[in-house]
Design a protein around this ligand. Structure first.
Ligand code: UN1
Length: 497
């Protein structure tokens, strides 16, 4: 494989970092293979990007929204044309199986067409005024220059979720992609550029979080930061944006659970659990990290799950036989492995997996065996902390009420799932689960782009991405009053005694 050379995209030009320093991304299935080199940018590069985005904002906000949306529609068409090429690159640089990599691009395509439609809506309201001959309405206003800080696990979909609605709403953006997936971000921005967006409307600055991310979050001329990533970094981003008066949208950790009740269709629940826990090697914010099992089916379900986990095929994402790809990098592989020591020390039992895969070619990459932890109790660290790997913890419960209480017993609240055939339980779950997303008889992963995406409690900060709710992140309301009476009309509070 030839190594790709990535550059920053600033003010419509592809450039190296000022310092000319570079870093590499590697194939997580074969770590000796360098996929791409990319600029290790610094504050000067960020300054240039912010200046370009600020300048472009002056005219971009005045381009009619339906016309802005046409650019995004074109991005969707180009993503469709380049879907396979992008999917191959995602598999090589991020590691997920090709079928899932195609899904990553498809999510971007869906988001493009959905966001493009919003260009002809962006609805506000008209409402009566309390005074005669006076008109009242609300309009959405863009916010300004937005920094988009995105993770490696959905290297195409998540930048699209953020950039597409931001641009349709009239903002200009600076993308700072994860350092593990710079080539995916570069290809994506090439597509935005090919759609003809004016210079400065979208900018790309590569580099490490502590340098480029920090420079963006602290920059006085950035108006909004949209961040998806770890809770630790999110806390820093949130605090800094608070201190520097920026709008901020945070999407952070999760500890998602799937409940399986004794009345569930067990085969269906099993398919959901395998996909939710081990799909994308457990590296989705929405991954199933806890399985809460009713005691009457616990043993049978555990055996069924064990048999499926034992058969999962590990390998490089671009190998068509692969079901479970690698972990993104060595550091994360070690972190997942560390949790095995923690699990054992706390008294959990490793039913299957629990170690770094070392067979044949697997040792050339960052592979971890699909892992089931049994005898887990809610207070254990493996039941409380996000692991972000192919690891699922089994917790036994005696009742539906106990299942919901344990599901909710976490500082996070992104996704959740309940398998039951009992309609009353299903509705009680929809009402009582503390999470931004609840699935009934479906796994915790698989959110659709036209519905709000985000979590309660420490998963987020009250915002939702995707759906029309993304517009609330990227716009602010203005109330407009038009008085056509020709005389001063004081508002009701000022003229009624
Ligand atoms: C994420 O892991 O951050 O719901 C996003 C899903 C995908 C998105 C996951 N549509 O599984």
């Amino acid at each position: 494989m030839t190594t790709l050379t990535c550059q920053n995209y600033l003010d419509g030009q592809w450039l190296d970092a000022f310092t000319k320093n570079t870093l590499d991304s590697c194939n997580p299935a074969l770590v000796s293979e360098v996929v791409a080199t990319f600029p290790r940018s610094q504050a000067e590069d960020v300054d240039k990007a912010v200046a370009a985005a600020r300048k472009a904002y002056i005219s971009w906000r005045k381009v009619p929204a339906p016309a802005r949306a046409e650019y995004i529609f074109r991005v969707g068409e180009l993503l469709l044309q380049h879907k396979e090429e992008l999917a191959q690159l995602i598999s090589r640089e991020m590691g997920k199986p090709l079928t899932e990599a195609r899904g990553d691009v498809q999510e971007g395509i869906d988001c493009a067409f959905y966001s493009a439609g919003e260009g002809r809506r962006l609805f506000g309201v008209t409402t009566p005024s309390e005074m005669p001959n006076k008109f009242a309405m609300t309009v959405r206003m863009p916010i300004g220059v937005c920094a988009l800080i995105t993770p490696w696990n959905f290297p195409v979909a998540i930048p699209c979720w953020k950039a597409m609605p931001a641009l349709v709403c009239g903002n200009t953006v600076i993308l700072k992609p994860a350092e593990d997936t710079p080539a995916c971000a570069t290809k994506l921005v090439e597509i935005f550029a090919a759609a003809g967006l004016p210079p400065g409307v979208i900018n790309l600055v590569h580099g490490v979080g502590e340098e480029v991310g920090k420079a963006l979050v602290e920059h006085p001329d950035i108006d909004l930061v949209s961040f998806t990533g770890s809770s630790e970094t999110g806390a820093y981003v949130g605090a800094t944006c608070g201190r520097t008066h920026k709008r901020v949208c945070l999407e952070m950790g999760g500890k998602n659970a799937q409940v399986v009740m004794e009345d569930a269709d067990l085969e269906l629940a099993l398919d959901g659990a395998v996909w939710g826990a081990f799909g994308t090697t457990g590296q989705r914010c929405t991954a199933t990290s806890r399985l809460i099992l009713h005691r009457d089916i616990k043993e049978q379900f555990t055996t069924m799950l064990y048999e499926r986990a034992a058969k999962l095929r590990l390998g490089a994402g671009y190998d068509p036989d692969t079901e479970i790809g690698p972990i993104i990098n060595r550091r994360q592989l070690q972190r997942v492995n560390e949790y095995m020591h923690i699990a054992r020390a706390e008294g959990a039992k490793i039913l299957i997996g629990g170690e770094i895969a070392r067979d044949g070619l697997l040792k050339e990459g960052n592979f971890f065996l699909p892992t089931i932890l049994d005898n887990v109790t809610p207070e254990m660290r493996v039941a409380r902390e996000e692991i972000f790997g192919p690891v699922v913890a089994l917790i036994e419960v005696n009742s539906f009420e106990e299942a919901i209480a344990i599901l909710n017993d976490t500082k996070y609240g992104l996704s959740s799932s309940v398998y039951t055939r009992n309609i009353n339980r299903a509705f009680a779950a929809m009402r009582d689960i503390e999470a931004g997303i609840t699935y009934i008889n479906g796994p915790t992963i698989g959110a659709e782009v036209h519905l709000p995406f985000g979590g309660v409690k420490q998963t987020g900060n009250g915002h939702r991405e995707a759906g029309t709710t993304a517009l609330d992140v990227f716009t602010e309301w203005k109330s407009v009053y038009v008085d056509f009476s020709g005389s001063l009309q004081r508002a009701q509070i000022d003229n009624r005694n």
